[in-house]
Design a protein around this ligand. Structure first.
Ligand SMILES: C[S@@+](CC[C@H](N)C(=O)[O-])C[C@H]1O[C@@H](n2cnc3c(N)ncnc32)[C@H](O)[C@@H]1O
Length: 261
């Protein structure tokens, strides 16, 4: 499609001149620049530091498998850079147990299981017909469903267990102190992020880590809760909207790096 649209909008004959002058595309570019500026400003003002380079480079030393191209960059799913980080971190931790809050299509679920053939991967989503206990954000529009789970149609890796429940009422206690990687990507409103965070920190094992998605200017619930909890040691992952909390033993595992092949 061309950059300049020259057709007039019905009932607005002047609109063709507006488009001929390229103002529509100029407006779009201006909007992209505005959003980029706001994203940079959010990063600059964030009280959370990026994960130090010596840990980040060790994490990215691991070789990982990503899903087929057609499943990447789908609305509501994790970005390629986000998947790369989460899978690399899981490999660096040699995670034996994973718990994801917010399955959606299961792209991240599959990526984790594929890269951790020995692991047990739990993933939780609210049933499609379920009504959330607390209010959700207006951008909480993506919902998981049994029919759209991509991990059912891809080569197997670690064992995946699907749970269907509202995270506000789900009983996480059977997994307390046992999960090596918790990934929080469910509802984005403040009460949900607060409750999911509390449950994640309780589930995290001594050698574990917790990752949150959607730390950015348009998810105020995530931002508020993570700023409140920054005392536990939270770090942004450059190029993503992810934040990570790495336990002391997890840090040691990361620094050991990949095993020689
Ligand atoms: C952004 S999507 C998750 C994307 C997925 N983690 C990925 O990386 O591709 C958010 C998911 O959270 C789920 N969700 C929303 N509210 C929830 C709740 N109260 N309890 C559990 N899951 C919830 C939605 O159904 C949706 O599937």
């Amino acid at each position: 499609m061309g950059e300049v649209e020259s057709e007039a909008v019905p009932g607005q004959p002047w609109s063709q001149f507006h488009n001929v002058l390229g103002l529509k595309s100029f407006g779009r570019r201006l909007d992209i620049l505005r959003r980029q500026y706001l994203n940079h400003r959010f990063d600059r003002r964030s009280p959370l530091d990026p994960l130090p380079d010596h840990l980040l480079s060790r994490i990215y030393d691991h070789e990982v498998t990503l899903p087929p191209r057609r499943l990447l960059m789908q609305p509501g799913a994790q970005t390629i850079d986000g998947l790369l980080f989460v899978a690399s971190l899981a490999a660096a931790l040699e995670a034996r147990t994973v718990f994801e809050i917010g399955t959606f299509t299961g792209v991240t679920t599959w990526t984790l299981a594929r890269n951790l053939p020995e692991a047990s991967v739990h993933t939780l989503d609210i049933p499609p017909e379920g009504t959330p206990t607390w209010t959700v954000e207006k951008d909480d529009v993506h919902r998981g469903s049994e029919e759209n789970l991509v991990y059912k149609r891809l080569p197997a890796g670690g064992e995946i267990t699907q749970h269907w429940s509202d995270s506000a009422t789900f009983d996480f206690s059977p997994w307390y102190d046992t999960i090596d990687l918790v990934y929080i990507d469910g509802a984005h409103s403040e009460p949900y992020v607060r409750s999911d965070t509390d449950n994640a920190l309780r589930m995290m094992s001594g050698r574990g880590a917790v990752v949150w998605d959607d730390y950015w200017r348009l998810s105020p619930g995530v931002v508020k809760v993570l700023h409140e909890r920054s005392d536990i040691g939270l770090h942004r992952i450059p190029g993503t909207r992810l934040v990570v909390h790495v336990g002391r033993d997890a840090e040691e595992a990361i620094l050991r790096g990949p095993r020689p092949t």
